[in-house]
Ligand binder design. Structure first.
Ligand code: M6R
Length: 605
């Protein structure tokens, strides 16, 4: 989605902001812009460009000096991608500049009023109303002007404002869209994502919804949109700046797939308790008595996180014998769900900022539910909003499509299921068996990654397909769903995922030589049933790629993955299919890290 980066200090601001924008490129965007000033300058200088950050960089004049500035990458919501619609937006006098993430819901109404008052709009964006509201405010200070403007606004925002008459400061505000302050030595940074800050400082303050801040070179203060001071406690970011670099890989996706053995090692580290054959999850804030009182578990997430949640629900039901299911958070929040006090709600999100998930959490909290977060980004909105939870410790995931976070989230769910299971009826020997299985995962992942060349060859064969079918049964079904999503997202090949058991109920009609099927065929209690599905496909001359624990004779190709404990098999079976999607997209010449129309974190509805 959109990205914000800002700086105030003594350094030359333009290169610094452009570097920050590059670090936000992964969020997906269509245009970018920058506005700068300095204490001695007579006004604001702005450059905007449709396209990538390099297009903006090419337009920035050689003499573009300043020490204060804000910049933005836009992901179009109101108005097509264009130079005019790119942020920052300026008022008619060119004194006020605003960059904004989020959506102003009453923009049409506000625009009509402003137009009736003679204001001329230069863009089609919702953001521009905010600029004019700030510019027209009669308040004395910039803080009051922004506060007054925001009072008219309904919707979500992460916003940064500069004013030529107040060139010693940047004023920022947050409501529903992340704003993070970075504290430096006699300099301050602001961004919508810590990715843009970590190469300069690891001391950060995350604004809460309804909070504003004034940034000056040597100081900052935070306060509510009503004006009362708030306490900002800086925290230290644990991720190194280098974790955001490509590290010798051609794409972030490849880097992140390759990191999975280490990432899984991290999610396990320090959590296993061999003495009681269980795991410690201190952050859950759920004691044994409370855990025993849970009647149901409901997992909420979107996209890949939802798929991880589906596997999580199966693990919880299987190991802890608590009825559990997963639902897209985007649907849940709109259907007026019955909220049950004995249900444990679990919100899953890599970014911790996905608006649909956050809104579901807020609605649940409002109704008195207990909500846990399973999140990757430390200190993110969902992590802070939840009553407790666990971090998945995958490290920064830059590629728009999620890979290592999916794997780590599923492992995190295995830990949660084991923890709940051992508090309830899971035996010591089963606990021990699963712990042994978990410990094997990093080495088994490394083994799978070694088969990349073989997977690449298969992918090149499938690269021309118009459409592909993915099937799996029970534990294999969410793996099929996730694999088909991965393929669609980066190769743009149409893909369907079905429970293998549903084939006969309709999708079998699609099977023909031109529609390859990817089948998840674990060595579990459903092996023979899965094999029967392969027979049915073969009888219709369908091509089959099986992901299995041993060669499948009905399949044209089998990717053999190492066997683990049956409950943990889905963790490993998804990994070769990430590589399949990757190499298919690569063979088709796709822009893998920046798939069309998609953004890394979806902070709008
Ligand atoms: O940050 P989140 O995990 O909440 O994001 C949820 C989805 O938007 C995300 O998983 C999306 O489906 C990715 N593009 C998957 O590759």
């Amino acid at each position: 989605m959109c990205g914000i980066v800002g700086y105030i200090g003594k350094r030359d601001v333009a290169p610094l902001l452009l570097e920050g924008l590059q670090r936000l490129e992964y969020r997906g965007y269509d245009s970018a812009g920058i506005v700068i000033t300095s204490p001695k300058a007579s006004g604001l200088k702005m450059v905007k460009a449709k396209g990538r950050v390099r297009d903006l960089e090419a337009k920035v004049p050689k003499r573009f000096a300043g020490t204060t500035g804000i910049a933005h990458t836009r992901w179009a919501t109101h108005g097509a991608p264009s130079d005019e619609n790119a942020h920052p937006h300026l008022d008619a006098e060119g004194k006020v500049a605003v960059v904004h993430n989020g959506i102003i819901d009453n923009a049409t109404e506000l625009r009509a009023k402003l137009v009736a008052d003679g204001v001329e709009f230069l863009s089609e964006t919702d953001t521009e109303v905010l600029v004019h509201l700030v510019a027209r405010s009669q308040a004395v200070t910039l803080e009051e002007k922004v506060r007054e403007a925001l009072r008219h606004v309904e919707g979500t925002y992460g916003v940064a404002v500069m004013h030529a008459d107040f060139s010693d400061r940047i004023v920022v505000a947050r409501n529903g869209s992340p704003v993070v302050l970075g504290i430096g030595e006699k300099e301050m940074f602001v961004a919508s994502d810590i990715a843009a800050l970590v190469s300069h400082t690891r001391q950060i303050v995350t604004l809460e919804d309804g909070e504003m801040a004034t940034l000056k070179a040597d100081d900052f203060r935070t306060y509510t949109t009503e004006g009362s001071r708030t306490t900002a406690t800086p925290t230290t970011v644990e991720w190194e700046a280098e974790s955001y670099d490509m590290g010798g890989h051609d794409t972030y996706m490849h880097k992140e797939i390759s990191e999975q053995a280490d990432a899984v090692d991290r999610v396990l580290r320090g959590r296993i308790d061999d003495r009681f054959s269980t795991v410690h999850l201190g952050g859950l804030n759920l004691d044994a008595r409370e855990a025993r009182g849970i009647r149901r578990v409901k997992i909420l997430g979107c996209g890949t996180s939802y798929h991880a949640g589906m596997i999580g629900a199966q693990l919880i039901e299987e190991l802890a014998r608590i009825p559990a299911d997963a639902e897209p958070a985007s649907e849940f929040r709109y259907r007026n769900p019955v909220v049950d006090p004995d249900t444990l709600y679990v919100a899953v999100s890599q970014s911790g900022e996905t608006y649909d998930v956050l809104a579901a959490v807020q609605e649940l909290k409002r109704k008195g539910a207990r909500v846990l977060g399973v999140v990757n980004v430390v200190g993110s909105a969902i992590a802070r909003e939840a009553d407790g939870g666990m971090y998945v410790h995958a490290g920064p995931e830059v590629c728009v499509v999620s890979t290592k976070c999916f794997t780590n989230t599923v492992v995190a769910f295995a830990l949660l299921a084991l923890h709940l299971g051992r508090i309830r009826d899971l035996s010591v020997s089963d606990g021990k068996r699963l712990i042994e299985g978990l410990r094997k995962l990093p080495a088994q992942i490394a083994e799978i990654l070694k088969t990349e060349d073989e997977i690449k060859k298969i992918a090149e064969e499938y690269a021309g397909a118009q459409s592909m079918m993915f099937i799996g049964r029970v534990r294999g079904y969410p793996v099929a769903l996730e694999a088909s999503l991965k393929l669609k997202e980066i190769s743009y090949i149409h893909a369907e995922a079905y429970p293998a058991s549903e084939l006969k109920h309709g999708p079998l009609a699609l099977i023909e030589p031109a529609l390859p099927t990817v089948a998840i065929v674990p060595d579990d209690e459903l092996l023979e049933k899965n094999r029967a599905a392969l027979e049915e496909i073969k009888a219709r001359s369908g091509r089959i790629l099986a992901v299995a624990h041993r060669e499948q004779e009905k399949a044209d190709h089998t990717i053999v993955v190492p066997k683990n404990e049956t409950e943990l098999d889905p963790i490993l079976m998804g990994i070769p299919l990430q590589l399949l999607a990757y190499h298919t997209a690569l063979a088709m010449g796709r822009d893998i890290d920046k798939p069309r129309n998609l953004a890394k974190s979806v902070t709008v509805e």
